[in-house]
Ligand binder design. Structure first.
Ligand SMILES: [Zn+2]
Length: 135
């Protein structure tokens, strides 16, 4: 990775797994200007996982689509951006713990609904009204 300030080569000075073991945090330092910053290596879910739609059509798992669905459900909150970021990480940990490369959309909707319900009942209601397949 190049330095974002001077484009010189960089080195990793520290590294550790996150609690979930599905991502790696690294501290980097520029070999030229000595600037320091960190990077976060995560699974690119659209290359590793597919969502099984109700008609059995497979589509790449989209972190962005999942984020938007959660973010929209939190419209009543002042902390919706930070809350959405934390909640999507919780949901993705749950998806990865399924140990299956294909995730039925119905299962994903249940995971998001349950996660939202533990955090904010209003958000869970908003989400379920829009996405629940059983309503
Ligand atoms: Zn530099």
């Amino acid at each position: 990775m190049k330095c974002p300030y001077c484009n010189a080569r960089t080195k990793v000075t520290n590294s550790r797994s996150h609690n979930n073991d599905y991502s790696v945090w690294r501290r980097r330092q520029c070999k030229s200007c000595n600037a320091i910053w960190s990077t976060d290596e995560q699974i690119t879910l659209d290359t590793s996982h597919k969502v099984v739609r109700s008609d059995n059509h497979l589509e790449p798992f989209s972190r962005d689509v999942l984020f938007i669905s959660i973010f929209e459900s939190l419209a009543h909150r002042n902390d919706r951006l930070t809350a959405s970021t934390a909640l999507i990480n919780t949901v993705i940990d749950q998806v990865l713990s399924l140990k299956s490369a294909e995730v039925p959309i119905s299962k994903l909707v249940v995971l998001v609904g349950e996660t939202l319900n533990r955090f904010d009942k209003v958000a869970a209601s908003v989400y379920k009204a829009k996405y629940s397949l059983n309503n």
